[in-house]
Design a protein around this ligand. Sequence first.
Ligand SMILES: [Zn+2]
Length: 164
Amino acid sequence: MKTKTVITTAMIAIAGMFSTPAVLAEDGHDHGHDHGEHAEAAKQAGPNGGKVIHSVEPHYELFVMEDRRVKITFLGEDGKCVAPGAQVVSGIGGDRSNPTKFAFAKDGDSLVSDKPLPKGTVVSLVLRVKPAADAKTVTERLSLNLADCPGCDYKEYACTCESH
Ligand SMILES: [Zn+2]
């Protein structure tokens, strides 16, 4: 009985939005798509097209550049970049047996790693970010998939599709 009630309510709601029975039938197939668009709007890439990481304040964008160096950009409340201040960032990536250590230096309004990420489509990266001189270091463990996402304009690690 409960299921029947739910369906009836939904039918009334849809019928209210569209005037003809033909449109009503079509809308049943499109419904999932509408949900997808809403979810996508909530998930946003950073200003460079990278992944936004929320574990520290200010948040930062992690972006892998064309030459595979890692670019860290701190973001203000409005999502726009803010010049790095007292933040200290370091990282370790790649195979545990032969890891690559990264130091980050200021480059414009960002911090950029001194080395490229090791080879591979999926690269593990542990980032240590000290947001301020008197703040605790926050460790972020990432698995960066550098393949192009077929569903959006970004790489998989920064993908904005709702299905990932
Ligand atoms: Zn995507």
